[in-house]
Design a protein around this ligand. Structure first.
Ligand SMILES: [Zn+2]
Length: 412
C-alpha cells in the first residue's frame, strides 16, 4: 500500500512512496512467473505461453501512472534502461497538461543498465474488439504474437469470461498464423493499484506487457481507442504509448487515423471479425456479446446501417434490434449525437421509432434540455415524416421528442 507519512533522505519534502523491491522470475512447470514486492505485497504476472522477464521497466510502466495519481514517488530496487528513463519526464508533462497532476520521481537502484539485444517478435495487445481487430487486419504489421491478459478488463476470478476470451484468442491466432499468449496478473487486485483510475492507468499497464515479453518480442502494438483529431486524454494515447519504449522493446500505438465506427465498417466483411468480434464486457461468458447493453446495441446499429448485421451471429438473444433499443436505459448526453446520427441514417421504421423513443426518454433526464430544442425537434419530425414513420405510433410531438442541444461528438 502507499506509505503515507513516510520520509527517506532521497525523498525530502515528499511524504508518499511506491516501493518496488525484489524483482524475480520463477518457473513452475510450464508457467513463467515474474514477481516484485510492491509496498510489501507481491505483484505478479504469469504465462504458460511465453517466458517472462523481470524487467524493471514493466513495473515502472505499471506503477508510474498510479504513483502520479496518488502524489507519490517511485523507488525501484533495480537499474533502469536509459531510453525508458529518458522519456519519463515527457510522459508526465503531457499528463500534467491534461490533468494538472503533480509529477512523480523515479529512484532506481542505478541510473542505467546494459541494453539487451532486441528480439524479433511483433506482438499485438488483442482483446477481439474493433480496435484490436483493425490493427490486426489493417494495421500494416506482421504480427506473430497476440497477447491477452486476464486481470485487466477480465477479472482474475471471472473464469468463464476468461475462458471465452482465451478460446477466441487462440482461434484467431491460429487463423492469422500467430502465437497466442495468455497472461494472468493480480495487478488490479493489488492494494497499491486497485484504487487507481483504470482509464488513466491502463496504458502503462499494457506497455508493461511488452517489457515482460522482451525475450520474445521487440515491438508491442497497442490499438488506439480514439482518433488523432479528437486528441482525447486517455490512459493509452498516441502521445504517450511510444514513450514507454526502451532500448530493448518498442511500444507502438496503431490505428488512430480512423474512428471506431469507420474501423468497424471497414472490417464488416471479414469472416474472422464476424465470428470473433467482442465488444461487450457484460456477457456472462457463454455468449461473446450480451447483445443488450449500450455498447452491444451501438455496435449492432453501426452494422445494421452498413447492411451487415445479419452476418454477425455473435450478439446474444434473438430479439429484433428495435426491441433491444427499447430495452436500453437512458443514454448519457455524450452519446446523444451518435444516436441522432443513427436515427437520421436508419432506413428501418421500427428502428427509427425505437431510436426516437430512446432519445426522448434520455433527454428527459437532462436538466435544461427540455423545452429548449423545439426547432431541432421539428427538424426531427420532418425526418420521421420523410422516412414514413408517421402514423406508425412514432411520437412526433416536439415537447416529447428528446433532441439534445449538445455539440456533435463521436462516441462509438
Ligand atoms: Zn453487451
Amino acid at each position: 500500500m502507499l506509505r503515507f507519512g513516510r520520509q527517506t533522505p532521497i525523498h525530502r519534502g515528499t511524504s508518499r512512496l511506491v516501493e518496488i523491491k525484489n524483482l524475480r522470475a520463477i518457473v513452475e512447470g510450464r508457467t513463467s512467473r515474474v514477481c516484485a514486492d510492491v509496498d510489501g505485497d507481491p505483484l505478479w504476472f504469469e504465462s504458460g505461453d511465453a517466458p517472462l522477464q523481470p524487467a524493471p521497466e514493466a513495473f515502472g510502466c505499471a506503477a508510474l501512472p498510479v504513483a502520479v495519481e496518488h502524489h507519490a514517488d517511485v523507488v525501484l530496487d533495480a537499474p533502469l534502461d536509459a531510453v525508458w528513463n529518458t522519456h519519463i519526464q515527457a510522459i508526465q508533462e503531457t499528463w500534467r497538461q491534461w490533468w494538472r497532476i503533480r509529477r512523480a520521481r523515479i529512484y532506481p537502484r542505478a541510473e542505467h543498465k546494459q541494453p539487451f539485444a532486441k528480439a524479433k517478435g511483433v506482438a499485438l495487445c488483442f482483446s477481439s474488439g474493433v480496435d484490436s481487430f483493425y490493427s490486426l487486419l489493417r494495421g500494416g504489421y506482421a504480427f506473430d504474437h497476440l497477447v491477452f491478459v486476464q486481470g485487466y478488463d477480465v477479472k482474475l476470478s471471472d473464469t468463464a469470461r476468461a475462458q471465452a476470451a482465451e478460446r477466441s484468442l487462440r482461434e484467431v491466432a491460429a487463423v492469422v498464423g500467430a502465437k497466442a499468449v495468455m497472461l494472468r496478473t493480480n495487478l488490479r487486485e493489488h492494494p497499491t493499484f486497485r484504487t487507481a483510475d483504470w482509464e488513466r492507468t491502463h496504458g502503462g499497464a499494457l506497455a508493461a506487457l511488452g517489457h515482460l515479453l522482451g525475450r520474445t518480442i521487440g515491438i508491442l502494438v497497442i490499438s488506439a481507442s480514439y482518433p488523432y483529431y479528437l486528441d482525447t486524454p486517455w490512459g493509452s494515447h498516441w502521445k504517450i504509448d511510444p514513450l514507454w519504449s526502451s532500448s530493448q522493446v518498442e511500444i507502438a500505438h496503431a490505428g488512430a487515423w480512423l474512428w471506431r465506427k469507420e474501423k468497424l465498417e471497414a472490417l464488416a466483411g471479414e469472416d474472422l471479425v464476424r465470428q470473433h468480434l467482442r465488444v461487450c464486457w457484460q456477457s456472462g461468458g457463454s455468449e461473446v456479446n450480451c447483445g443488450f447493453c449500450e455498447k452491444c446495441v451501438r455496435t449492432m446499429l453501426i452494422l445494421a446501417l452498413a447492411g451487415q448485421l445479419e452476418h454477425f451471429p455473435i450478439f446474444g438473444g434473438s430479439a429484433p434490434l428495435a426491441e433491444r433499443i427499447n430495452r436500453l436505459p437512458s443514454l448519457v448526453p455524450t452519446y446523444f449525437p451518435n444516436y441522432e446520427q443513427f436515427f437520421r441514417e436508419s432506413k428501418d421504421p421500427q428502428v427509427a421509432e425505437a431510436l426516437c423513443g430512446l432519445l426522448r426518454r434520455s433527454r428527459a433526464t437532462v436538466p435544461g434540455l427540455r423545452g429548449r430544442t423545439c426547432r431541432l425537434a421539428q427538424r426531427f419530425q420532418g425526418l420521421i415524416r420523410r422516412r414514413g414513420c408517421e402514423g406508425r405510433a412514432v411520437d412526433t410531438h416536439p415537447e416529447r421528442i428528446g433532441i439534445p442541444a449538445v455539440e456533435p461528438a463521436k462516441v462509438a
